[in-house]
Design a protein around this ligand. Sequence first.
Ligand code: PMP
Length: 322
Amino acid sequence: MRTRHGFAGTVGNTPLIRLGRLSAETGCELLAKAEFLNPGGSVKDRAALAILQEAELGGRLKPGGTVVEGTAGNTGIGLAHLCAARGYRCVIVIPDTQSEEKFALLRTLGADVRAVPAVPYADDNNYQKVAGRLAQELPNAIWARQFDNLANRQAHYAHTGPEIWNDCGGRIDAFTCATGTGGTLAGVARYLKEQDPAIRIILADPYGSALYNWVKHGELTSEGSSISEGIGNSRVTANLQGTPIDDALRIDDRSCVAMVYRLLREEGLYVGGSSGINVAAAVALAQQMGPGHTIVTLLCDRGATYAARLFNPQWLAQKNLL
Ligand code: PMP
């Protein structure tokens, strides 16, 4: 028998998909790791599991305890699934700008969802800070703290990075992805650079995020805005600190939307906006590096989560992105 143990045992070991048309077009091997096939539907199942396991091992999270997190959605979804499976209460603080589908799903999964106004990190009422305070006030509660809890990047160093390396058979020239907490990029980049320092690590960033300018010019400044959810940041998180990053690419919403629809119409892959940014960055990188290179990125989550936005022509028309 070859079985997996419950939800937790089903996280990870996702397939690496060759993108046929885009590979043929660029002359590169364009490979995308299907993180949307994790049981909670996103790459964040990995961080959620690692954070809970670390808190359990350290004795901070006890049976019947409460897990509190400030999250734009996917980490909350992963945590809510895992809390249900492990008998914890789950409290999710989420900015009120996030998609309605994410709120509905979190409630269905049994989470106590607290919507707060979307205000900058510097504000005391920022969703992450509200989550931190709630965890202190509630009995027997931990704050998952995905942005600065290094269990997040450790999950990607221990699993996502090695899975990519093994599935590529060690033939990989570059890895690119967008970052929210930075956990994915930080963990994967560290692991890959240890295997071969020549592998290029490229941060992909939407407009409105400060990380592109941080990589390019060493300053945390931003221009414009983006419809993307769950990615971009105005600060360097503990997870992102010290990541070996060679360069950054900035992808605008038009390129992101165009790529999301190409993935759907040409590859039959129904994925969210950050996946569009990632694959657009991989293609831009292939054009920079020239034919003959193997470039890996991630498909972070499912398109269904964005049915009312990214996959709704009226909404796209309102944003002038149709
Ligand atoms: N894509 C989506 C859809 C996400 O929700 C997130 C996490 N917020 C990311 C990408 C980025 O992952 P990480 O937090 O590991 O940087």
